[in-house]
Design a protein around this ligand. Structure first.
Ligand code: ATP
Ligand code: MG
Length: 344
């Protein structure tokens, strides 16, 4: 609660590749801002597989997340020759994190072909069903079959989440984007449930859009969107497209929500080519950590860090290579120092 003196415990999973670097950077900024957090560091990913943990996520890590209910996570890798499924999938399934939230907002100082149009929407992606349920097999040696699994309760909770998020953020419109014209039962389920559930939210405008047109509209007139809800694979593809509209992977945050647990992470992967060189942009994880602070009710610190970050991006003096306006770009550490200096 605001003004509370007690620290919120958070599980911090540094992860692989550039993960430890962007995690350190994020924690430095939050600590400098005086966020009342107690970090509980936990292992997952490549090192866990190497230690023989088949899921890539050790028991202690799962217990820590379960206890704290909140986690900040770096990217996780499955090293070649180890598990079949990734540690990310193990975490998502263990805690039934069915909602993937990706805000798409124009940032100050990040120039893109779409700058100045006021892009500000949220993609809500269903994250446990659909073609990702993992039901895939060889029908005959030359024929592979994958099943698209969509349930009515699954649609109800993801549309419910989209509506709750819209209400909480004072947003007006929920777009349900589906391929219901072709997949009448599976994609059609989300369309029908969307119509029913959103009837119960008369304050919200509701529209249905065919997902291929939605992709087109996101590029042609992205400012029309407010909250867009989709099944898993459509959401996967369109949320990456949306991230590209506002500056790309280095600046794209996300949240994974379940009924008991919320896990915040950058959209990007482990980027092994630049790992360990001090080149990584920590903005995506820092923005994810601001979603986390708001989730636990620390709006004041979130606003303060956000302001310092925005000033730093706008100044453009010490930006990492992926977003630098000229030259090779600054180091992760120099960028962090600038953000901390801008905390005032
Ligand atoms: P993975 O297999 O774990 O997804 P990847 O090599 O695909 O790893 P991604 O994170 O998906 O890595 O990113 C692709 C490329 O985008 C990287 O190689 C890197 O050049 C760039 N990139 C991603 N995230 C960042 C970041 N935070 N800072 C700078 N560049 C980044
Ligand atoms: Mg990748």
């Amino acid at each position: 609660p605001p003004g509370s003196r007690t620290k919120a415990r958070v599980t911090a999973i540094p992860g692989d590749g550039i993960g430890p670097e962007v995690m350190r950077a994020t924690r430095q900024v939050l600590d400098a801002a005086g966020a009342r957090l107690e970090w509980e560091e936990a292992l997952a990913g490549a090192e866990a597989f190497r230690r023989g943990i088949a899921s890539g996520a050790p028991r202690e890590t799962l217990d820590s997340i379960e206890r704290n209910g909140v986690a900040l996570k770096g990217p996780l890798e499955t090293p070649v020759g180890y598990g079949e499924t990734s540690a990310n999938v193990a975490l998502r399934k263990t805690f039934e994190m069915y909602g993937n939230i990706r805000p798409v907002r124009e940032l100050p100082g990040i120039r893109t072909p779409f700058s100045g149009r006021g892009i500000d929407f949220v993609v809500v992606r269903e994250n446990v069903e659909d073609l990702y349920a993992g039901i895939e097999y060889m029908q005959t040696p030359g024929v592979a079959l994958g099943l698209k699994l969509i349930t009515e309760p699954g649609c109800e909770r993801i549309v419910g989440l989209a509506a709750a998020l819209a209400a909480a953020e004072g947003r007006r419109k929920v777009t349900v984007a589906t391929k219901a014209n072709i997949m009448k039962l599976t994609e059609g389920m989300l369309k029908r449930v969307g119509e029913r559930v959103l009837m119960e939210h008369p304050a919200l405008q509701h529209e249905h859009m065919i997902v291929d047109n939605c992709a087109h509209q996101m590029v042609i007139r992205p400012e029309q969107f407010d909250v867009v809800v989709m099944t898993n694979m459509n959401g996967d593809i369109l949320s990456d497209l949306a991230a590209g509209l506002v500056g790309g992977l280095g600046v794209a945050p996300s949240a994974n929500l379940g009924d008991r647990v919320a896990m915040f992470e950058a959209v990007h992967g482990s980027a092994p080519q630049i790992a360990g060189k001090g080149l990584a942009n920590p903005t995506a994880l820092l923005l994810s950590s601001l979603m986390m602070l708001r989730h636990i009710g620390d709006f004041a610190t979130a606003r303060r860090v956000e302001h310092a970050l925005y000033v730093t991006l706008e100044e453009g003096r010490e930006l990492t290579g992926d977003i630098a306006r000229e030259g090779p770009g600054a180091s992760t550490g120099a960028f962090v120092d600038r953000v901390i200096a801008n905390l005032g």
